[in-house]
Ligand binder design. Structure first.
Ligand code: F6R
Length: 265
């Protein structure tokens, strides 16, 4: 596990570097995308690199992490809409390069099984971008989700509904109570995981995920099991980490000895 503590601009460039390395290693790789506020600076950095001609994402396949049940692609709060706005357009992708769970599918369970099959058919996800909820969720895997869970229909906690109400004109009544989400087991199968967290509100969740017990009560603690997981946290989100001095030192030592990124699959 790597823990990088820095400012948002550095973290975004770091994440974009990891993505660019993955793409240069295999231009037709598969990347998993989170929505929400945290990854937006990463997507802006990717878009800037695409615009400057430094990065070509035209052969990459993308899979979204989750979607609200009941919201279609044209709904401005759907994650398909969000990713079209923040990634597909700015990164000049063909919309067909991005697959998002269909929240309006007639049979949601079938849609989830189909999604798992599509990820498998694509050869698995090489690099998955993640955010973290205040309650430690990843994707929409709320506390006590099984570490073995697969893509499925899930109920959202009150905390998540309240946190996401900011995207729905601050009205929690408008936030869907049901969603579709890659499972923790699905996420753990990705070749590399990159979780970004910024702001003091995330500090308790980050501390529990990185230094706390491995427990389904903190879904992000499952990343402790992954050999290629990187936590990108700003100084506020990292403020409660007991070993932050070591994480900073570890990065310096690794850089001094010229050890760079882990091998890609
Ligand atoms: C979104 C997702 C969620 C968010 C998390 C943090 O696709 O999977 O787990 O990453 O709720 O959201 P923000 O970044 O808005 O604080």
């Amino acid at each position: 596990m790597r823990i990088i503590i820095d400012d948002v601009a550095v973290l975004s460039r770091f994440a974009a570097d990891l993505i660019a390395e993955q793409v240069s290693y295999r231009p037709d790789c598969t990347i998993g995308l989170a929505t929400g506020s945290s990854p937006v600076p990463i997507y802006q950095e990717l878009a800037a690199r695409v615009a400057s001609g430094e990065l070509d994402l035209s052969r990459v396949r993308f899979f979204a992490l989750d979607e609200y049940a009941g919201l279609g692609a044209s709904h401005p709060m759907s994650y398909r809409y969000f990713l079209d706005e923040h990634v597909v357009g700015p990164c000049r992708l063909d919309p067909a390069q991005l697959r998002v769970l269909n929240g309006r599918a007639e049979d949601l369970d079938h849609e989830c099984r189909d999604y798992e099959a599509a990820i498998t058919a694509a050869g698995g996800i090489d690099l998955q971008i993640l955010g973290i909820g205040h309650n430690g969720h990843i994707g929409f895997n709320e506390p006590t989700s099984s570490f073995g869970s697969r893509t499925r229909v899930v109920a959202l906690t009150h905390q998540t509904v309240d946190a996401n109400a900011r995207f729905f004109d601050d009205d929690p009544e408008d936030v869907p109570l049901l969603a579709l989400s890659q499972g923790i087991g699905t996420i753990l199968e990705a070749g590399a995981l990159v979780l970004i967290a910024t702001g003091g509100g995330k500090a308790p969740a980050i501390r529990s995920a990185i230094e706390g017990e491995l427990t389904s009560s903190v879904p992000a603690s499952a990343l402790q099991l992954h050999p290629q997981a990187t936590f990108l946290v700003d100084e506020y989100a990292g403020a409660m980490l007991a070993r932050s001095d070591f994480y900073r030192r570890e990065r310096q030592v690794i850089a001094r000895y010229g050890r760079t990124s882990p091998r890609r699959r």
